[in-house]
Design a protein around this ligand. Structure first.
Ligand SMILES: NC(=O)c1ccc[n+]([C@@H]2O[C@H](COP(=O)([O-])OP(=O)(O)OC[C@H]3O[C@@H](n4cnc5c(N)ncnc54)[C@H](OP(=O)(O)O)[C@@H]3O)[C@@H](O)[C@H]2O)c1
Length: 185
């Protein structure tokens, strides 16, 4: 796939490396902006406050499939009066949209494929985004777990606070998460 990341920090930069290693053609954009016309998939991976400027700084986004990784910590409202940042992205760009990779620590992404039990990556979003999100999740060493349509993105963004609380309470450093079936799947 041709992938453009908007944001090349901890999450965007790490996924860009993993996807390049998996054989994808990845372009990374930062604050200088750029063009995403030839992208099959756009990864939006900037901090909550930077989302509107980041989208405005990139041309060729109209109708693109976008995966949004953002979290809103400390109860920050989503942009534009939407229930989630992912729905703001959908309203702005207009293409298939997914929320994913927001419940995975950037520092653990590189090691996901070597983890003894494959970590999960919960995602919600449009069916038209499914094959790309699920393939790119696997190419980052994780197992996709679809949790429903894009109108669940607010719940997924809110879950980040619970996840952080679980990690803090476990007092075992950063954690992956994984849903376990009673028999191996
Ligand atoms: N870090 C994690 O473990 C983690 C986990 C899950 C989800 N998330 C979420 O994922 C998102 C990215 O997190 P991160 O940790 O990767 O952040 P980060 O390391 O701070 O990287 C953010 C990137 O966004 C770029 N940026 C800022 N304004 C921009 C603009 N107007 N246009 C294009 N790029 C712009 C920054 O560029 P400069 O380098 O020039 O500042 C930087 O490369 C956040 O919403 C975060 O909540 C993070």
């Amino acid at each position: 796939m041709k992938i453009t990341t908007i944001g090349r920090g901890s999450i965007g930069g790490t996924l860009a490396r993993l996807w390049t290693d998996a054989g994808h053609e990845v372009t990374t954009l930062g604050r200088e902006g750029g063009d995403a016309s030839d992208a099959d998939v756009v990864l939006l991976s900037v901090r909550h406050a930077d989302i509107p400027a980041a989208l405005a700084g990139v041309t060729g986004l109209e109708g693109k499939l976008v995966i949004d990784t953002s979290n809103r910590l400390d109860g920050e409202p989503a942009h534009g009066g939407h229930a989630s940042n992912a729905e703001f992205v959908k309203a702005t760009v207009g293409g298939p949209t997914a929320k994913a990779f927001n419940l995975n620590f950037a520092k653990l992404l590189e090691g996901a494929a070597q983890a003894p039990n494959r970590p999960d990556n919960i995602w919600v979003g449009d069916e038209a985004a499914r094959s790309a999100v699920e393939a790119l999740t696997r190419d980052a060493g994780m197992q996709p777990r679809h949790a429903g349509p894009l109108d669940r993105a607010g719940a997924q963004e809110a879950f980040a606070e619970l996840f952080m609380a679980i990690v803090k309470d476990a007092d075992a450093g950063l954690l992956y998460y994984r849903f376990a079936a009673p028999v191996a799947i």
